[in-house]
Design a binder for this molecule. Structure first.
Ligand code: GDP
Length: 314
């Protein structure tokens, strides 16, 4: 098993008020539920530990704390809850009044910080699909400011909060999760370095290392990420897995992604998408210009070097 953050299984806790969207996020990111289906999710009223460590590179558990339970009750063992946890994601419904959510955020963060100072605090300003661009920025600015004021006023200046605008109706939730997870991978700089070397020697524009199950990218080269490229690569993974499920499986025990998985998609704008399996749960997806693909042998050779280096890192 891969050790992340110095612990065998760091947890990411997903918290927030009732109906803020926690279960939906979990279902959409880790269980391939389509966003529209979340409208029919039943409200949760117990802590759910969703352990996805078997199918995914990203080994963590999601604890869904239903908002109506007061987890500051002394019955809750905060050492146990926060002690083994790498990051807390706090979900705020941006389409709703957020005064109460801000209070709860403050309580959660200060409580967790007392237990473990190294926890990363990630605030998802969620359901922003319903908001105009201007209003989105305004909401983010206000939540950011008020949350930090609350911390400053009570002498917690040293607590750092990161903010992400998210929605399950587009790729922003995957992008945000990717950033959260990347902070918990100590080998990240090495991975980035390997990817930089790989793309520059192969004339590739952009490469993402994907956790196939969740479509979280756990690393990319250091050129800037644009949403469109990321979405394209996510869609490619879906296509590969779907086609593989339909045409590739002879019996029920086979998996749709294995050591022979690879795929090449040519787009009509002179761009190529190229996917290769790296490990049982990871895939490398590259974007490159068609002109540069005539030396596929070099790319494939470089890829093998990259994969070997990856095995040494982990
Ligand atoms: P939980 O109580 O925090 O687990 O919240 P749920 O996951 O049950 O979500 C409450 C409602 O919010 C559901 O009807 C979801 O369909 C809706 N929802 C969740 N995420 C989004 C989002 O990104 N955008 C929009 N518009 N609605 C969302």
């Amino acid at each position: 098993p891969v050790s992340i953050g110095g612990e065998q299984k760091p947890r990411i806790l997903l918290m927030g008020l009732r109906r803020s969207g926690k279960s939906s996020i979990q279902k959409v990111v880790f269980h391939k539920m389509s966003p529209n289906e979340t409208l029919f999710l039943e409200s949760t009223n117990k802590i759910i530990k969703d352990d996805i460590s078997n199918s995914s590179f990203v080994q963590f558990q999601i604890w869904d704390f239903p908002g109506q339970i007061d987890f500051f009750d002394s019955a809750f063992d905060s050492d146990m809850i926060f002690g083994g946890c790498g990051a807390v994601i706090f979900v705020i419904d941006a389409q709703d009044e957020y005064a109460e959510a801000l209070n709860k955020l403050h309580l959660t963060v200060t409580k967790a910080f007392k237990v473990k100072q190294s926890i990363k605090f990630e605030v998802f300003i969620h359901k922003v699909d319903g908001l105009s661009d201007d209003y989105k920025m305004e909401t983010q600015r206000e939540i950011h400011q008020r949350a930090n004021e609350n911390l400053g006023d009570s002498g917690y200046d040293q607590i750092h909060l990161s903010f992400h605008l998210t929605s399950i109706y587009d790729h922003s939730i995957f992008e945000a999760f990717s950033k959260v997870v990347q902070k918990l991978i100590p080998q990240l700089p090495t991975l980035e370095n390997l990817l930089n070397i790989f793309i520059s020697n192969s004339a590739i524009e952009k490469a993402f290392l994907f956790d196939v199950v969740s479509k979280i990218y756990i690393a990319t080269d250091s050129s800037p990420v644009d949403m469109q490229s990321y979405e394209l690569c996510c869609d490619m993974i879906d296509v590969v897995i779907d086609v593989s499920c339909i045409y590739g499986l002879r019996d029920d025990n086979e998996v749709a992604f294995d050591h022979q998985s690879s795929s090449l998609i040519k787009l009509n704008n002179g761009t190529i998408l190229y996917l290769r399996e790296v490990t049982k749960v990871l895939a490398l997806v590259c974007i490159l210009r068609e002109d540069n693909f005539d030396r596929q042998g070099v790319i494939d050779y470089n890829f093998l070097c990259f994969r070997e280096a990856m095995q040494q890192v982990f």
